[in-house]
Each structure stands twice: as structure tokens, then as C-alpha cells.
Design a protein around this ligand. Structure first.
Ligand SMILES: [Cu+2]
Length: 189
């Protein structure tokens, strides 16, 4: 297991423990009480305990969001000028790729794509019909980055390919009968 997968596994186990903990807490605090103690104050008061619980929960969520949001791929290479821009139009059941953007109402241009290794490139991804996925797999067939291809919308995906070779593109959004065969590729050198 590579370290990245291990981190994700640990994250999921921690989240699982937190979720189970919340359920156990809610279950235990919602049990009918057999004590007749009225006029409780301080932390023995269930309302105050609940309030404190939600304050801590909110604080944990804010800390986690602050720590993880800047690491989302939306900001990858945001300050760099892409060396190449590739226009991608997905449709049932293929990807058309070109260095030129197409004109509305005409078939999208399609050409073999070659990208420079070690330089930031940008894909501008859209769809001509339904929602598709645009997922890039490296030379070892590992998924490295992906975005959605949506009709009427252009998603920009920036990446830097360090390894030269053939990269595959697959659709990750079930889009119809031949979805499983919706593939393309490009060369990095
Ligand atoms: Cu598909």
C-alpha cells in the first residue's frame, strides 16, 4: 500500500470512529433518565453538555476545513501560465481533443495530442450531450487527476506530467450503453 492510500485509510478510520462516537453519544444522552435530580446546573445539565458538544464539533470541523481546503486540486498550479492548452469535448461515446477551441454547432476538432513533460498544461473540458467524466491515468494505469465534462460549462484542469509516455483518458460518469468503452489517450514527451 502506498503512503497516500494509507493516509486516506487512516483518515476514513478516524472519521468512522468519530461518527460512531457521535451516534453512541446521541443514543446514550437520549435514554430516559431514572434520576429525579431537578435543578441541575453546570456541566451536569444535559442542555449545556449538548451545547458544549456542538461547539467542539463546530471547532473541529472549522479546523479540518481550514487545513484541507487549500490542498484541494482547484488551486494546483493556479499561479502558473500553462505551456499548452487542450480543448476537450466529450460526447457519447468519445473524447475530441484539440489545441484549438471549436465553434458552437460544428463538430469539435480532433487531433493527436502531445504534451511537454514537466510543464503545466491545462485541459478545458466540456460536453456536447450529457455529463461525462474526464479521468487521466498515468503510464502505470493509476488514476492521477479527473474532472467532470458538463454540457454548457467548461471545467479547467491543470496538471504537470513528470513521466513521459502514453496517458489514458477514461469516462468515470455512467453516460450510456457504451460508457465502458469511452476512452482516449495522449502522449507526454
Ligand atoms: Cu461515461
Amino acid at each position: 500500500m502506498n503512503p497516500q492510500h494509507l493516509n486516506i485509510l487512516i483518515l476514513f478510520i478516524v472519521m468512522l470512529i468519530i461518527i460512531v462516537g457521535v451516534f453512541v453519544y446521541v443514543y446514550r444522552t437520549s435514554l430516559p433518565r431514572n434520576t429525579e435530580g431537578s435543578g441541575q446546573s453546570g456541566l451536569s445539565n444535559p442542555n449545556q453538555k449538548r451545547f458544549l458538544f456542538f461547539v467542539i464539533l463546530a471547532a473541529v470541523l472549522v479546523i479540518l476545513l481550514t487545513a484541507t481546503l487549500p490542498k484541494t486540486p482547484y488551486y494546483y498550479f493556479a499561479n502558473e501560465e500553462p505551456a499548452k492548452v487542450v480543448f476537450v469535448v466529450a460526447r457519447q461515446f468519445s473524447f475530441a481533443m484539440s489545441y484549438q477551441s471549436g465553434k458552437p454547432g460544428t463538430p469539435p476538432p480532433n487531433e493527436a495530442i502531445e504534451l511537454p513533460a514537466g510543464k503545466t498544461v491545462e485541459f478545458r473540458v466540456t460536453s456536447n450531450d450529457v455529463n461525462h467524466g474526464f479521468a487521466i491515468y498515468d503510464t502505470q494505469n493509476q488514476l492521477i487527476v479527473q474532472t467532470q465534462a458538463m454540457p454548457g460549462y467548461v471545467n479547467r484542469l491543470r496538471w504537470k506530467f513528470e513521466q513521459p509516455g502514453h496517458y489514458s483518458i477514461r469516462c468515470l460518469e455512467f453516460c450510456g450503453a457504451a460508457h465502458a468503452f469511452m476512452e482516449s489517450s495522449f502522449l507526454v514527451k
